[in-house]
Design a protein around this ligand. Structure first.
Ligand SMILES: CC(C)(COP(=O)(O)OP(=O)(O)OC[C@H]1O[C@@H](n2cnc3c(N)ncnc32)[C@H](O)[C@@H]1OP(=O)(O)O)[C@@H](O)C(=O)NCCC(=O)NCCS
Length: 161
C-alpha cells in the first residue's frame, strides 16, 4: 500500500472531544480515494459507489501528522475496488481502515463505462505515457514542418526551370 498524502491535524479538524473529527477524516479519505481511482482509470469521471464499514481504530490528536494510504484490490468491468488505511506518520499506529471502497468509471454520458484496466499502474507509468504523447505530437509537428519546407523547395525549383 502506498501512503501518498500527509495531513497535519489542526484545531479546525477536531471534535468536541479534542480528537480528530471523523467527518474530516472521511472527507480526506474520499478525496484521496477518488484521486487514486482517477489516476488508475485515467478518467476524471469516476464516482464513489460504495463504502464498506469504516473502522476508526484509534484517534489522532492536534499536531499529529497522519498519512493516507490506498491500494486497488479489484478491477471490475466498470468499477475499481480500493482498500484504504490512515495511520500516524511517526508511530505507524493505525487510525482508520476501510476494507472496500468502490468507484465506478463513467462515460461522457454519465453512464457506467468499461475502463479496460486489470492491474495497478504506478505514477511513473502515467508520466511515461504523457511523455510519449508529447514526444509523438512534437515529432508529428516537426515532420509536418519538414514536409512543408520540402514542398516549398520543390515549387521554387519548379518555377526556376
Ligand atoms: C454510480 C452509478 C452510475 C452506478 O449505477 P448502477 O446502476 O449501479 O450501475 P451498474 O449496475 O452498471 O454497476 C456499475 C458497477 O458498480 C458495481 N456496483 C453496483 N452496485 C454496487 C454495490 N452496492 N457495491 C459494490 N459495487 C457495486 C457493479 O458491480 C458494477 O461494477 P462492474 O462493472 O465492475 O462489475 C449510480 O449508482 C450513481 O450515479 N450513483 C451515485 C454516485 C454518486 O453520486 N456518488 C457520490 C459522489 S462522487
Amino acid at each position: 500500500m502506498n501512503f501518498h498524502t500527509r495531513k497535519w491535524v489542526k484545531p479546525e479538524d477536531l471534535n468536541p472531544n479534542g480528537t480528530l473529527f471523523g467527518g474530516s477524516l472521511l472527507r480526506w479519505i474520499d478525496e484521496e480515494a477518488a484521486i487514486y481511482a482517477i489516476c488508475q482509470l485515467d478518467n476524471q469521471r469516476v464516482v464513489t459507489k460504495f463504502m464498506s464499514e469504516i473502522n476508526f481504530v484509534s484517534s489522532a490528536r492536534q499536531g499529529d501528522i497522519i498519512e493516507l494510504g490506498m491500494k486497488a484490490t479489484h478491477f471490475g468491468r466498470t468499477s475499481i475496488t480500493l482498500r484504504a488505511e490512515v495511520r500516524n506518520k511517526i508511530t505507524r499506529k493505525s487510525i482508520l481502515t476501510v476494507e472496500r471502497m468502490v468507484f465506478v468509471n463513467l462515460g461522457a454520458d454519465g453512464v457506467p463505462a468499461p475502463h479496460g484496466r486489470d492491474r495497478i499502474r504506478y505514477a511513473d507509468e502515467a508520466y511515461e505515457r504523457y511523455r510519449q504523447t508529447v514526444q509523438t505530437a512534437a515529432d508529428a509537428t516537426a515532420l509536418a514542418a519538414a514536409n512543408e519546407a520540402a514542398r516549398e523547395t520543390e515549387s521554387e525549383d519548379a518555377s526556376v526551370h
